[in-house]
Design a protein. Structure first.
Length: 136
């Protein structure tokens, strides 16, 4: 019995020491919708007036790795400072407008975080991520 208690205490000490250097995962406090509804018909997402949709996708030229392009309500921005100025101007007039980030698969995570940070620094009150239902 004593060796088993020793092993349990050593495992406890190991896990406490191993988890002490972990980063807190609350840096992106955007909540995703809980649950999903499956249907046979494709889901059509309506974009009602009053939402800002930021669609991130990669545009690749021949022989190049590609660049991330951000579409803000159907207008493309490849230059990040111009996008930040546009978001700041929009947030100054109406910060309560919900911002929805729609991200394509091959977009690097660093680009997603930069756009998310631009929305947060513009002081939008609600920033969400659009999700796509996966096939089972």
């Amino acid at each position: 019995m004593t060796p088993m208690i020793d092993v349990i205490f050593q495992l406890l000490i190991f896990f406490v020491c191993a988890s002490a250097g972990q980063m807190v995962e609350s840096h992106l406090p955007t909540e995703l919708a809980a649950g999903a509804v499956d249907s046979a018909a494709p889901v059509i997402v309506e974009r009602p007036f009053g939402e800002v949709w930021l669609r991130l996708h990669r545009r690749a030229a021949k022989g190049e790795d590609g660049t991330t392009v951000v579409e803000l309500n159907d207008r493309e921005y490849a230059d990040e400072p111009v996008l930040r100025k546009t978001l700041l101007a929009l947030a100054e007039t109406t910060p309560e407008i919900p911002v929805i980030l729609d991200i394509d698969g091959p977009v690097p995570l660093g680009d997603v975080v930069r756009v998310y940070d631009a929305c947060q620094s513009a002081n939008f009150r609600q920033v969400s991520f659009a999700t796509k239902l996966g096939k089972k």
